[in-house]
Design a protein around this ligand. Structure first.
Ligand code: CAA
Length: 295
């Protein structure tokens, strides 16, 4: 059973194996950091071998870049490669001490995964979700152990961004918060704790800002370049809001705005009509080669 940790401790003795679900940008980044920084064995799960192979190929690129920059040795890179194994079956995650889910941002998909994990995982396994907008309380309700379910919200790109938002759901136990915090700290991240509200804190602030930038564009009050330059050079943002929107994905931005709008009923979160149009057109940002900008 779980050892109890008091707040602030960074002991991760109770976490010996990490499972990660989803080998996309976020899942791969989480697996990579867990193996590279924490040096824990990681099992990366996705539904097809194609997907996990793509994840491994991306991890190799990250490792080669770090070796080329003398950030890590070739030996260390090989150790990371050995630490990360892949699977296409959830069943393989039965011995994990924590499973971090980074699958599609869809309540039905996540509920199914968590209800399966509830059947498969050890009773003291932490069940964490990297959701950016779905209620942790809802995800927890898909299991019979909501006290072990927590939001662990990493930011993109995971290897670079220092923040992890921790979101306890209504039933989450304080021990699970402490243990998850210890792991995030061991991964080199700084944590914040946020209640289970729509958008948590990061997206509650960021998405209305991005949405407002798209509304300025929609009204033709300024060009996309001038909107971005204003925030980049005027407030030292690393990227302007429209470049950032393309980077995150306009589909993701729109879906989070809808969550804010629908769950609060507050008209101040109304998604921009132009944002919806771009998504309808399939112009969802950098990953599609076209969004606000063309790539
Ligand atoms: N994966 C891994 N590493 C990456 C990366 C990626 N996808 N993209 C960039 N990097 C690394 C680079 O390799 C580089 O590493 P080194 O220091 O070892 O050289 C470092 O990041 C800096 O990259 P660059 O020099 O190429 O470019 P930059 O200085 O312009 O930084 C950036 C790029 C870090 C992405 C920066 O532009 C930035 O911070 N942008 C804002 C990102 C942001 O706000 N993210 C949060 C999005 S919201 C979110 O994630 C929450 C949600 O739920 C939607």
């Amino acid at each position: 059973s779980c050892r109890q940790l008091s707040s602030g401790q960074t002991n991760i003795d109770h976490i010996k194996r990490v499972g990660v679900i989803g080998s996309g940008q976020m899942g791969l980044g989480i697996a990579y950091v867990a193996a590279n920084v924490t040096q824990l064995p990681v099992v990366l799960m996705d539904i097809s071998k194609d997907q996990t192979d793509r994840g491994l190929a991306f991890m190799n690129k990250l490792l080669e870049k770090d070796v080329a920059k003398n950030k890590i040795t070739a030996d260390h890179a090989n150790k990371v490669r050995e630490l990360v194994s892949t699977t296409n079956s959830l069943q393989t995650l039965d011995q994990m001490d924590i499973v971090i889910e980074a699958a599609s941002e869809n309540l039905n998909i996540k509920s199914k995964i968590f209800s399966d994990l509830d059947q498969i995982c050890k009773s003291d396994c932490i069940l964490a979700s990297n959701t950016s907008s779905i209620s942790i309380t809802k995800i927890g309700a898909a299991t019979k152990r909501a006290e072990n379910v927590i939001g662990m919200h990493f930011m993109n790109p995971v290897p670079v961004m220092k923040l992890v938002e921790l979101i306890p759901g209504l039933a989450t136990s304080p021990e699970i918060v402490d243990q998850t915090k210890a792991l995030a700290t061991a991964m080199g991240k700084t944590t914040t704790v946020v209640k289970d509200i729509p958008g948590f804190v990061a997206n509650r602030l960021l998405m209305p800002y991005i949405n407002e930038a798209v509304m300025l564009l929609e009204s033709e009050f300024a060009s996309a370049e001038d909107i971005d330059t204003t925030m980049k050079l005027g407030t030292n943002m690393p990227m302007g809001p429209l470049t950032l929107a393309d980077f995150i994905g306009l589909d993701t931005c729109l879906s989070i705005m809808k969550v804010l709008h629908e769950n609060t009923g507050d008209s101040k979160y109304r998604p921009s009509v132009l944002l919806q149009k771009y998504v309808d057109a399939g112009w969802v940002g950098k990953k599609a080669g076209r969004g606000i900008y063309t790539y």
